[in-house]
Design a protein around this ligand. Structure first.
Ligand SMILES: [Zn+2]
Length: 172
């Protein structure tokens, strides 16, 4: 069982990686990574490229799952844990279930934090979707690890957008 300190340390590394998007024309606070559970090995890391690629499915979690599938050469990500700077939306949580990930660890909250940043399309929660998952054991969820740091990513992303003269998300 991975310790809370280890989860927190991986989330902090992910936050650092995600701020890399601030140096691009499409700054985003959403990042995701996948680690092998047994060894801790980092298998994939991605930030949201929805705007850059004009693709609504390019959320960070979906992109990190795609990278992990390709890196490992298989569809099942059993034995791996996904990290996200924000609670996965229904599309991403469904992808986590389809990928058979062991667990999901996240920082900010979708409805309390991300919805204020960008209007969310659905209120379905990861817990609700996991209840309907058919593989056993069901994935574990560890919410709100380094939440303050992840909330700060949203704020810093706004600052960067303003500095670059980019549009702010619809509710800002
Ligand atoms: Zn998503």
């Amino acid at each position: 069982m991975t310790s809370h300190d280890t989860h927190a340390s991986r989330l902090r590394a992910l936050v650092e990686f995600t701020t890399g998007s601030f140096d691009t024309s499409f700054p985003s606070p959403f990042g995701s990574s996948i680690h092998e559970a047994a060894t801790g090995r980092l298998v994939a890391m991605a930030y949201d490229t929805v705007m850059r690629d004009c693709d609504v499915t390019n959320h960070a979690e979906v992109s990190s799952i795609r990278l992990a599938n390709r890196a490992l050469g298989r569809l099942s990500l059993r034995g791996h844990v996904l990290y996200s700077t924000c609670e996965p939306c229904p599309m991403c949580m469904s992808a986590c279930i389809w990928a058979e990930l062991d667990g999901v660890v996240f920082g900010a909250s979708t409805m309390e934090d991300a919805d204020a940043y960008w209007p969310q399309a659905s209120t379905a929660t990861p817990d609700e979707l996991l209840l309907r998952a058919r593989f056993e054991p069901k994935a574990f969820l560890v919410p709100h690890v380094e939440r303050g740091l992840c909330q700060d990513l949203f704020r810093r992303c706004d600052e960067v957008r303003r500095a670059k003269g980019l549009d702010l998300p619809p509710r800002r």
